[in-house]
Ligand binder design. Structure first.
Ligand code: SAH
Ligand code: SF4
Ligand code: F3S
Length: 460
């Protein structure tokens, strides 16, 4: 298979070029995976826009379909494969329709997507989006097009993302890319490459632009935001948080994801110091067993994690805490699983994302450990984790009944046109009567009732 060096393309298909440069071509993008992919899709649309593509959110209007993909678990990839089969049928009906895979599956599967599966026309990895316009032209003239080079520098720093969300209230801002942690189970270091931080000035410029457009909330994104480090310590994450919060006291600042090994008290004091830095930390623990954490290569123990939780509770008493869990990792015994349940109880997580372990090819775990917990045991353990979390979430929400929170309104409730929803600083969703309130307003809402997932309130 031929890998096209895009820098050597000097005779682009003129017909296609005309089509693109005159803005006659429409690109549609579907995004899977984490918030980072959501942010990347906005960068991709910005790059395409500058190169003559209009964006459409109507699949049947598209001349180019891009799927921004995730490899984190096998079922994430299966979903995308099913979608690609569907798009392949569409290609038969619409001549000239191009389909491209971008993001983590592009990086993990590379030319396999073009060759073995023959499902797509182009494959572009997360650090190669600047080459997309050229690669699309290449694919359009009938050649396979691929660029999956990872970079040590690329942060798309100066590219102003085209916001694809509809609410105009809350936006993601990427502050770093890649991950150097190499947790034993995880594909991210392979699909996103080495960790690198984005120029703080470009981050602040992007946030200021959002403020000027009327946005009220930003979420600073990285796989491990605590490792943010610009110019060998010139700006660390705590400082970046403060600088962002200082831009405007009415701007809410969120961030994700924090890492137990690296989260410093300095970060916690920064959160406590500013009213507009949200009192919510997503601090994935994965397992409550030190033995399993060691096998996972997470670099911390159960006790270390508990120490970090104690620090959060001391420094930011009203902080909500959520976590991620993996059930049934290699070698996990019933004892280890019980350690996870007891840690959950000890912390009292407000919310969690919970998964069954899914072995990913070429990771440390796939190469060195045995995926030996039977499927039914994994499922049962996951169920038990979910049960405990549901109860903890309900207990946490019940404690909020009677309290009043400042809610940033994000939209109209799916269940009723007369109700609005938004979140409080703790990231909890609150639903309340619309009255004259608008999307983007800050509203004081008193909580009157709750489920394990939602708070119901009345504006006061
Ligand atoms: N950078 C973040 C996590 C990003 S991936 C962190 O380290 O906390 C999001 C979550 O997916 C992880 O926290 C983990 O719980 C889950 N996950 C990652 N790899 C997985 C795998 N192979 N099987 C099951 N869950 C996995
Ligand atoms: Fe994956 Fe670990 Fe990096 Fe998170 S910190 S992205 S789990 S390697
Ligand atoms: Fe998935 Fe890639 Fe994010 S694997 S979780 S889309 S970094």
């Amino acid at each position: 298979m031929q890998i096209i060096d895009v820098n050597k393309i000097n005779e682009p298909n003129t017909k296609l070029k005309e089509k693109y440069t005159q803005g006659h071509s429409k690109a549609y993008i579907e995004t899977y995976g984490c918030q980072m992919n959501v942010a990347d899709s906005e960068v991709v649309v910005s790059i395409l826009n500058k190169n003559g593509f209009a964006y459409t959110d109507e699949l049947n209007e598209a001349d180019l379909i891009l799927v921004n993909t995730c490899s984190i678990r096998e079922n994430a990839e299966t979903r995308v494969f099913n979608r690609l089969v569907h798009f392949k049928h569409l290609k038969k009906k619409k001549q000239g329709l191009l389909v491209g895979v971008i993001g983590c599956m592009a990086e993990r599967l590379k030319e396999k997507l073009l060759e073995e599966e023959k499902l797509v026309d182009l494959v572009v990895g997360p650090d190669a989006y600047r080459d997309l316009p050229k690669l699309v032209q290449q694919a359009g003239s009938g050649q396979q097009a691929i660029n999956v080079l990872l970079s040590r520098e690329e942060t798309y720093a100066e590219i102003s993302p085209v916001r694809l969300d509809k609410n105009g209230v809350s936006a993601f801002v990427s502050i770093m890319r890649g991950c150097d942690n190499m947790c034993a189970y995880c594909v991210v270091p392979f699909t996103r490459g080495r960790e690198r931080s984005r120029d703080p000035q470009s981050i602040l410029n992007e946030v200021q632009e959002l403020i000027d457009k009327g946005y009220k909330e930003v979420t600073l994104l990285g796989q491990n935001v605590d490792k943010y480090n610009w110019n060998k310590g010139e700006v660390n994450f705590a400082q970046l948080l403060e600088m962002t919060a200082q831009l405007n006291p009415k701007l809410r600042v969120r961030f994700s994801t924090s890492y137990p090994q690296d989260m410093t008290d300095e970060v916690l004091y920064a959160i406590a110091k500013y009213d507009n830095i949200c009192k919510y930390i997503h601090l994935p623990v994965q397992s409550g067993s030190t033995r399993i954490l060691d096998l996972m290569k997470r670099g911390y123990t159960r006790e270390w994690y508990m120490n970090r939780i104690t620090a959060i509770k001391n420094i930011i008493p009203d902080c909500a805490i959520s976590s991620d869990f993996i059930a049934g990792f290699c070698g996990e015994t019933e004892e280890d699983h019980k350690d996870t349940l007891s840690l959950m109880e000890w912390v009292g997580f407000d919310y969690s994302y919970m998964f069954k372990y899914s072995e990913r090819p070429n990771t440390y775990a796939a190469r060195n450990l045995k995926d030996d917990v039977p499927e039914d045991v994994k499922s049962r353990r996951l169920d038990e984790i979910i049960q405990v979390q549901n109860r903890l979430s309900l207990e946490s929400n019940k404690k909020d009944v009677g309290k009043t929170f400042e809610v940033l309104v994000e939209g109209v409730s799916k269940k009723s046109e007369n109700r609005l929803f938004g979140r409080n600083s703790q990231n909890k969703v609150i639903v309340f009567d619309k009255k004259d309130y608008q999307i983007g307003d800050y509203v004081q809402v008193k909580v009157v009732d709750c489920t394990s997932a939602t708070l119901m309130g009345e504006a006061v």
